[in-house]
Design a protein around this ligand. Structure first.
Ligand SMILES: [Fe+2]
Ligand SMILES: [Fe+2]
Length: 153
């Protein structure tokens, strides 16, 4: 199934949630808050899986110029899969995290939006495969109770 532009909107909304999580993590958090933040990060794999398995192949087939950026992003996904358990573990234990994930993930979100999503939109890709709806937003809404995170577009 294909839909108009929701993948871009959803991914950006999920990136915004992740950026907010990273800001919270940086300050060091108590265990109860750390557990809530960790649940957001548990959904990161699903976010990356949608990008790698559904969206990126679709976009590269239409906008070949982004192939290098996609390969780069996928390499970073592997890096995150390796480092994420230590960050999540620190949050769940209420320990301060001093590893590379915060800087690396921030950098990744920025590059993905600038080097993949924006060029695809500029090239006129407005229809995307639906894939599995983003679990990260659902986690955020369930934990904060503040309703849908609005996408800036
Ligand atoms: Fe990604
Ligand atoms: Fe992403």
């Amino acid at each position: 199934m294909f839909t108009l532009e929701p993948a871009f909107r959803r991914l950006r909304a999920e990136h915004r949630v992740l950026r907010a999580v990273l800001v919270a993590v940086e300050g060091g958090v108590a265990r109860s808050r750390g557990r809530r933040l960790a649940r957001h990060l548990d959904a990161l794999g699903e976010h990356a899986a949608y990008e790698e398995e559904v969206l990126f192949p679709f976009l590269v087939a239409r906008v070949p110029d982004i192939a290098v950026a996609v390969e780069h992003a996928e390499g970073e996904h592997d890096y995150f899969a390796w480092h994420l358990p230590r960050l999540v573990g620190a949050l769940r234990a209420g320990r301060e995290y001093e590893g590379p994930m915060i800087v690396a993930l921030r950098h990744h979100l920025e590059e993905e939006e600038r080097d993949i999503l924006a060029p695809a939109l500029d090239a006129g890709v407005v229809v995307t495969p639906l894939g599995v709806p983003g679990h990260l937003l659902a986690v955020h809404e369930a934990l904060t109770g503040i309703g849908r995170v609005r996408a800036a577009g």
